[in-house]
Design a protein around this ligand. Structure first.
Ligand SMILES: [Zn+2]
Ligand SMILES: [Zn+2]
Length: 244
């Protein structure tokens, strides 16, 4: 505690950590295993990553046993009724079919934080009015898979207008792109709790470069498939409702 006070008084900047808070594994639609993803993170000089598989928390359960050097943040990219939402710091699956407000409440009640990923991507992103309602802890303005720079510019404008801190994330669906974009975090300790706390306090900035054109094209393909599956699931659900 005294050390922190001294650091504050002398205005010494805290050491920064490089964290990629948006990474997928084979537990959802990535082509890479948890082990390969963790190896890639270490090779790229990251201090930590959040494993954020789509609607699945399986990846982080095995991760701590595979690597003790990296900070591994439990997470999930949940498909809410309003679009994708990154939930960090929770260790259990939220109930299915929540809207963004309910998913945010669920996470915060469990001590987690909420990040809106890739705003401004059609069909999968949460709309501005709902972002204003949930007041996420951060908005991912730098997403390495975003195909056009103007989308990133629009995301930054949104975060600045709402005065919400900004993260960068690779949205990696393969170990090759882990850490392409990441978040520089001014955490008080090298712990998961301190990283989440720093994000909440806005002691962060996005950094890195976009993924290659080929990786972005692969992502657009995955996006198309996920839209198709979502549409089919919705159609099946409405048919069941009609039958009942
Ligand atoms: Zn997403
Ligand atoms: Zn993602």
């Amino acid at each position: 505690m005294q050390y922190r006070k001294l650091v504050e008084r002398l205005k010494i900047p805290l050491p920064t950590l490089k964290i990629d808070p948006h990474v997928h594994t084979r537990h959802s639609d990535s082509s890479s295993s948890v082990k390969d993803v963790l190896n890639a993170a270490r090779q790229r000089g990251l201090d930590g990553i959040a494993l954020t598989d789509h609607d699945n928390i399986g990846s982080w359960i095995s991760a701590p046993q595979l690597d003790s050097d990296l900070l591994i943040i439990p997470g999930i990219e949940v498909t809410t009724k309003d679009g994708h939402l990154l939930l960090l710091g929770i260790k259990e699956m939220p109930p299915e079919d929540l809207d963004a407000v309910a998913a945010s409440d669920y996470t915060r009640k469990r001590g987690g934080i909420v990040i809106v990923p890739h705003p401004k991507i059609p069909f999968i992103s949460i709309g501005e009015s709902i972002i204003e309602r949930i007041r996420p802890d951060a908005i991912e303005t730098y997403n390495a898979k975003v195909p056009f720079a103007y989308i990133t510019r629009k995301s930054i404008k949104l975060a600045e207008r709402l005065r919400i801190p900004q993260t960068g994330g690779s949205d990696a669906h393969s170990d090759k792109t882990v850490g392409d974009m990441y978040t520089v975090v001014e955490a008080e300790d090298r712990t998961v709790e301190a990283v989440l706390d720093a994000i909440k306090k806005g002691k962060i900035r996005p950094a890195g470069k976009t993924s290659s054109r080929l990786e972005k094209v692969k992502m657009l393909f995955l996006l198309g498939v996920s839209r198709l599956m979502f549409w089919r699931r919705k159609k099946r659900r409405s048919l069941i409702l009609l039958e009942n």
